[in-house]
Design a protein around this ligand. Structure first.
Ligand code: IPE
Ligand code: MG
Length: 241
C-alpha cells in the first residue's frame, strides 16, 4: 500500500452498506450479498491488523434493521454463529481482539453466548481491536448514557457540574477507545444512519460508491490516502496559514 505509515488513523469506523445491491446486480438473493459481506469484514479487518491500525469498528446490524423481512433478519443474526462454528480456531489463533457493542436484550441467547465466548477467548489478544456493532444505534446508546448519568445525579453520587464530555464518554459503549479518526461508508449513500453520533465529532468522513462486498485493499488504500490528504484542525488553524 502506497500510504504514509506515520499518519495512519488510530480508529476507523465503517458503515458497511450495499450487500443487497451487490447481490441484486448479480441476480443473487440478498443473503448471498451478506455472506460475501461477512467474509469481507474478515478480510478488511485482517488488512487493518497488518497495517497496524489499532481500532476498527464496523456497523453490522442496526437497531432499525429489525424492520427487514424476517428471513433476512434471521440470516444476519445467524451469521456470527455460523461463522464462529466454522472458523473458531482461526479466531482464537489470530491476534485480533474482538468485541461486540449494541443492545444485548433483543438478540437470541445463542448469539449472545457466541459473542461472549468470542470476547472471552480474544480478550488478551494485542492486535487490532475489532468491534462489531450488533443491534447498535446511537439514539439507544446516548439515551442509555443519559439515564445512567441522571441516576448518578439523583442518587447524589455526582453533581450536575460533574457532567463533562469525558464523563459522557465513560457511559458510551466506546469507553476507553481512542477518538474516531475516520468514518468510511460504502455503497454511495451519504448519511450517518444513527451510527456513532457522539464519537463522530471530529472524525474525517469518506464516502465511496463501492458496494461493501467489493471494498478491497485497493479501496481501503484510497480511503486512507484521502484521510492522509486532510488537514485536521479541530476548529483551530494551521500554523502556516
Ligand atoms: C449492508 O448492506 C448490510 C447490513 C445493513 C446488514 P444492505 O443490506 O443495507 O445492502 P443494500 O443497502 O440493500 O444494498
Ligand atoms: Mg443498505
Amino acid at each position: 500500500m502506497n500510504i504514509d505509515q506515520t499518519n495512519l488513523p488510530k480508529h476507523i469506523a465503517i458503515i458497511l452498506d450495499g450487500n443487497g445491491r451487490w447481490a441484486k446486480k448479480r441476480f443473487l438473493p440478498r443473503t448471498m450479498g451478506h455472506r460475501k459481506g461477512a467474509f469481507n469484514i474478515r478480510d478488511i479487518a485482517g488488512i487493518c491488523n497488518s497495517l497496524g491500525i489499532e481500532y476498527l469498528t464496523m456497523f453490522c446490524f442496526s437497531t432499525e434493521n429489525w424492520k427487514r423481512p424476517k428471513e433476512e433478519v434471521k440470516y444476519l443474526m445467524e451469521t456470527p454463529i455460523r461463522y464462529y462454528k466454522k472458523y473458531k480456531e482461526k479466531i482464537w489463533n489470530s491476534t485480533m481482539k474482538i468485541k461486540f457493542i449494541g443492545r444485548r436484550d433483543r438478540i437470541s441467547s445463542t448469539l449472545k453466548a457466541v459473542m461472549e465466548e468470542i470476547e472471552e477467548k480474544t480478550k488478551d489478544h494485542t492486535g487490532l481491536v475489532l468491534t462489531l456493532c450488533v443491534d447498535y444505534g446511537s439514539y439507544d446508546e446516548l439515551t442509555t448514557a443519559m439515564k445512567e448519568i441522571a441516576t448518578l445525579v439523583k442518587e447524589n453520587k455526582i453533581e450536575i457540574e460533574d457532567i463533562t464530555p469525558a464523563l459522557i464518554e465513560d457511559h458510551l459503549f466506546t469507553k476507553d477507545y481512542p477518538k474516531l479518526d475516520l468514518l468510511i461508508r460504502t455503497s454511495g449513500e451519504i448519511r450517518i444512519s444513527n451510527y456513532l453520533l457522539w464519537q463522530l465529532g471530529y472524525a474525517e468522513l469518506y464516502f465511496t460508491d463501492c458496494y461493501w462486498p467489493d471494498f478491497n485493499e485497493k479501496e481501503l488504500e484510497k480511503a486512507l490516502l484521502s484521510y492522509q490528504s486532510r488537514k485536521r484542525r479541530y476548529g483551530g488553524i494551521n500554523e502556516n496559514q
